[in-house]
Design a protein around this ligand. Structure first.
Ligand code: 5AD
Ligand code: SF4
Length: 466
C-alpha cells in the first residue's frame, strides 16, 4: 500500500472509528536477543509516537540501545514539515546504508515523510535496501509489518492515505518518569496553504474525554507531575465530537484531576476561546505558558496562508492572553512566503515589537509538494529570505533576553527533570517554560522545587534551590 496525495487530501463526514489495541502474541519473540535504535525527527507528536513504537518493539522482545552501531534494527521516525528535515533524513540514511552493508541490520522509515507519495517512490526506487516503511496511521501494525518483512525477506511498504482512526491503549515507553505527552487529538483540518500536516496526519480526530482523563489519572498514580496535552491545533478539540464538550471543558477536567502541571500545544489563534483563558486563570495547575503561532504579521500574507485571522484580531487575542498573570507567550513565524514584500515583512517585525515574545521559532518558507503554497509564484531570492530571517532573529533574541532579565533574583517553581549539560547542575522548566539549570544533586529529580534565579542568558536561566 503506497501513499496517495489525492486520497490524503480528502475529507468526508464518515464517523471516526475508535479501536482498542490488542497485543498479538504471535509476534512476541520476533525480537528475541535483538536490539533496536530509533532516531526521531520533528515535533512532540513524533516524539510521542516514538514512545509508542518503542513499547511495541519491546512487546516483540527487542531491547533498546543508545548507539546505532550496536543495533539489529534501526528505525527513523521522520518529519516532513520543511525541506531541511527531509535532507537530514536522506543524509542519515547514508550512514545507515553503510551498517546495512557491513552487518545486515533491519532498517525502517516511518513518520510524516513516509506519508509522502514522492518520498516513498524515491525509497522504492533508490533505497531498495530499506526493509520497512509504515506511516502515521498504522503504527500499531508495526509488529505484523516487521515480522512479514523478516519472514519474506522483502521490502514491506504499508502506508495508509486515509482520514485516520483512533486507536486506544497502544503501549507506551515514556522517555521521562515525571512529564508525559498525552495526545488529545490527531490530524488537522485547517489546511493552511503552506502546511503538509493535514496530508500526513489526516482529518482532525478528537479522543474521547473519558479516555484522556483515564490516561491522566493513571499517570498521576504512576508518579507523573506534568502532562502536556498534544494536538496540531488543540483549541479545536471536541469540534468533531458530538458531545458539546470542547477544549475549555477538557482543560478544566484535566486540571481537576489534581496533576501538578498541565500544559497544551499547539494553539491556533482562530479557536482560542475566552473560556480557556478563564480556566488558565482559575486553575493554578494550568501553566501560564502559551505557544501562539503568528506565521506572519501582514494581513495580505495571512490571507494567502489561509490562516483565518488578521494582524488586528491576533493582537486582540494576544492582549487578552496577557491578562493572565505572569504569562509567557511564544510563537512560530515564517519568512519569505511567496510574494512577501519588504513591507509585508516589516508588518511581521511590527507585531514582534508589539508582542515582545518570550521566544519564537522562525523559519524560511519551504515549499511542500502537494500544498497550494508550493504552486504560488515565489520571486524572492534566497539571499533576501536569509537576510529577513537574520533581522527577525535579532529582534526575537533581543526580546527573549529582555524577558529573561526580568527573572533575575526572582523565585520560581522548577520541575527538576534531568541532568544538565553543566557539571553539578540538573535542569528543568519553570511554570512559564523557561529552561533553568539548577545547582543541586540528583535527589531532587522529579520534584517541583523553589529556585532563586541567579544568572540570566538569552535561552536559559541559572538557579539555586532556596
Ligand atoms: N515552510 C516553513 N515553515 C513551515 N511551518 C509549517 N510548514 C512550513 C513550511 N512549509 C512552520 C510553521 C509551523 C511550524 C510547526 O512550522 O511556523 O507553526
Ligand atoms: Fe499546519 Fe495550519 Fe494545521 Fe498548524 S493549523 S498543522 S500550520 S494546517
Amino acid at each position: 500500500m503506497l501513499p496517495n496525495l489525492l486520497e490524503a487530501k480528502k475529507r468526508t463526514s464518515n464517523k471516526v472509528k475508535n479501536y482498542k489495541y490488542i497485543k498479538d502474541d504471535r509476534y512476541k519473540e520476533v525480537g528475541k536477543n535483538k536490539t533496536y535504535y530509533i532516531k526521531t525527527y520533528g515535533c512532540q507528536m513524533n516524539v510521542h509516537d516514538s514512545e509508542n513504537i518503542k513499547a511495541l518493539l519491546e512487546e516483540m522482545s527487542f531491547s533498546e540501545v543508545d548507539n546505532m552501531e550496536d543495533a539489529n534494527l534501526i528505525l527513523l521516525n521522520t518529519c516532513a514539515i520543511r525541506e531541511n528535515a527531509h535532507n537530514k533524513v536522506f543524509g542519515f540514511l547514508g550512514r545507515v546504508k553503510h551498517l546495512k552493508e557491513t552487518k545486515n541490520v533491519i532498517t525502517g522509515i516511518c513518520g510524516c515523510m513516509a506519508q509522502e507519495e514522492n518520498v516513498v517512490n524515491e525509497i522504492k526506487n533508490k533505497y531498495k535496501w530499506v526493509d520497512i516503511v509504515f506511516g502515521t496511521h498504522n503504527i500499531s501494525q508495526l509488529p505484523r509489518i516487521l515480522s512479514d518483512s523478516i519472514n519474506n525477506n522483502k521490502q514491506e511498504i504499508e502506508v495508509l492515505s486515509c482520514e485516520g482512526d483512533i486507536i486506544e491503549d497502544i503501549p507506551v515507553k515514556r522517555d521521562s518518569k515525571y512529564k508525559a505527552w498525552v495526545n488529545i487529538m490527531y490530524g488537522c483540518d485547517k489546511f493552511c496553504t503552506y502546511c503538509i500536516v493535514p496530508y500526513t496526519r489526516g482529518k482532525q480526530r478528537s479522543r474521547n474525554p473519558k479516555d484522556i482523563i483515564r490516561e491522566v489519572e493513571k499517570l498521576i498514580k504512576d508518579g507523573y507531575k506534568e502532562v502536556t496535552l498534544l494536538g496540531q491545533n488543540v483549541n479545536a478539540y471536541g469540534k468533531d465530537l458530538e458531545l458539546n464538550y470542547y477544549m475549555g471543558d477538557l482543560l478544566r477536567d484535566v486540571a481537576k484531576t489534581g496533576i501538578d502541571r498541565v500544559r497544551f500545544v499547539t494553539s491556533h489563534p482562530w479557536d482560542f476561546t475566552d473560556e480557556m483563558i478563564t480556566i488558565i486563570k482559575e486553575y493554578d495547575n494550568v501553566m501560564p505558558y502559551i505557544h501562539l503561532p503568528l506565521q506572519s504579521g501582514s494581513n495580505r500574507i495571512l490571507k494567502l496562508m489561509g490562516r483565518r485571522y488578521t494582524k488586528e484580531s491576533y493582537l486582540e487575542l494576544f492582549n487578552k492572553l496577557k491578562t493572565i498573570s505572569n504569562v509567557s507567550i511564544t510563537t512560530d513565524i515564517i519568512v519569505g512566503f511567496p510574494g512577501e514584500t519588504e513591507d509585508d515583512f516589516k508588518e511581521t517585525l511590527d507585531v514582534v515589537n508589539t508582542c515582545k515574545y518570550d521566544s519564537a521559532f522562525t523559519f524560511i518558507f519551504s515549499p511542500r509538494v502537494g500544498t497550494p503554497a508550493a504552486k504560488m509564484k515565489d520571486d524572492i531570492s534566497l539571499d533576501t529570505k536569509n537576510e529577513r530571517l537574520q533581522r527577525l532573529n535579532e529582534l526575537v533574541n533581543k526580546y527573549a533576553n529582555l524577558n529573561n532579565q526580568k527573572y533575575l533574583n526572582k523565585i520560581v517553581n522548577v520541575l527538576i527533570e534531568n541532568k544538565s549539560n553543566k557539571d553539578d547542575y540538573l535542569m528543568g522548566y519553570t511554570d512559564t517554560m523557561k529552561l533553568v539549570n539548577v545547582k543541586c544533586d540528583e535527589s531532587y529529580l522529579g520534584k517541583i522545587v523553589k529556585v532563586k534565579i541567579v544568572g540570566v542568558k538569552t535561552w536559559s536561566l541559572d538557579g539555586e534551590i532556596v
